[in-house]
Design a binder for this molecule. Structure first.
Ligand code: PXG
Length: 283
């Protein structure tokens, strides 16, 4: 395994960052999770754009332009000879003094790891997954915009821990007003009367690239999507539900807080979208 750190490649054992890096000390940094399918990096431009937008929001000056970043990602994938895998692209504020003052960090660090990922066991893609709603609410956009894909996932980790304690693998997070935002590492959709409904980023969701891909695929299948406010009631009374994300892809949800969805089996529309997604990653 060859890991890119600031323009050089290191083996797994030698790939290290400083304990004075503010990414480590304060979670001051951003990341992207990207897939490689059949030797091709999926939606690379979209991921790079989101990375630079997160950086802009945090006044984090990435020490290379987006074209050079794309090349660095592609080079690292090629060097690792990965045909199917997962890329973790990280930019930290860099090494600085103790104390949160970002200006003590003179140069942000860029790290690219090419490896594998499986967020959920294979069986759940066929039979669907049971999830809960978490008591941890989404941090409001006026505190920290959820569109920033930052290195601080404690809000999501709290929800994940709660899911585990309830015997589930995933949790839905509501915003402060009680509307559905998203899950811990995935966006959520429901199917209602043949159409898709999903929360908007302003409800507290990451503007997911898989989410956008699914909206586009649905359109080509003649299925309309509406961004809307959803409560737990809407989830419980959905015809179908599924989650989307780079790691998870599309995974059917068949139970929410003990309420069965689509008779406890993956729904027809969900299965259609999974098929269509699998086809799209082949191109
Ligand atoms: N919401 C959150 C909070 C996420 O972290 C998504 C939605 C889905 O977005 P994309 O653009 O991937 O469709 C994410 C993505 C991991 C991991 O290691 C997490 C994500 C992606 C890949 C790996 O847990 N989260």
């Amino acid at each position: 395994m060859k890991i890119y750190i600031d323009g050089r490649y290191y083996g797994r054992a030698d790939a290290r960052v400083s304990v004075f890096d503010h990414g480590f000390l304060y979670g001051d940094g951003i990341f992207e999770g990207i897939r490689v399918y059949h030797g091709k990096v999926f939606k690379l431009r979209e991921h790079i754009d989101r990375l630079y937008q997160s950086a802009k929001a945090l006044l984090l000056k990435i020490p290379m332009d987006s074209e050079a970043m794309e090349r660095a990602v592609l080079d690292t994938v090629q060097l690792n000879r990965k045909k199917n895998g997962y890329i973790r692209l990280i930019v930290t504020r860099g090494e600085g003094l103790l104390g949160i003052e970002p200006s003590s960090c003179k140069k942000p660090s860029v790290i690219i790891i090419v490896s594998d990922i499986q967020l959920y066991p294979e069986e759940y893609y066929k039979k669907g997954i049971a999830i809960i709603t978490s008591s941890s609410r989404r941090i409001p956009p006026d505190c920290l915009d959820p569109r920033i894909k930052s290195l601080n996932y404690l809000n999501n980790i709290m929800a994940k821990l709660e899911a585990r304690q309830a015997g589930c693998l995933e949790a839905v997070i509501l915003n402060k007003d009680g509307f559905v935002a998203e899950c811990t590492g995935d966006n959520i959709f429901i199917v209602k009367e043949e159409g898709l409904l999903t929360p908007a980023p302003y409800h507290g969701a990451l503007d997911g690239i898989t989410r956008q891909t699914v909206i586009e695929l649905a359109e080509t299948l003649g299925i309309k999507t509406q961004e809307t406010s959803l409560t737990r009631y809407d989830l419980y009374n959905a015809d179908e539900s599924f989650m989307t994300g780079t790691g998870a892809e599309i995974i059917p949800v068949i139970k929410i807080d003990g309420r069965e969805i689509s008779g406890g089996l993956p729904g027809v529309v969900t299965k259609k979208l999974i098929k269509s997604f699998q086809k799209s990653v082949m191109n």
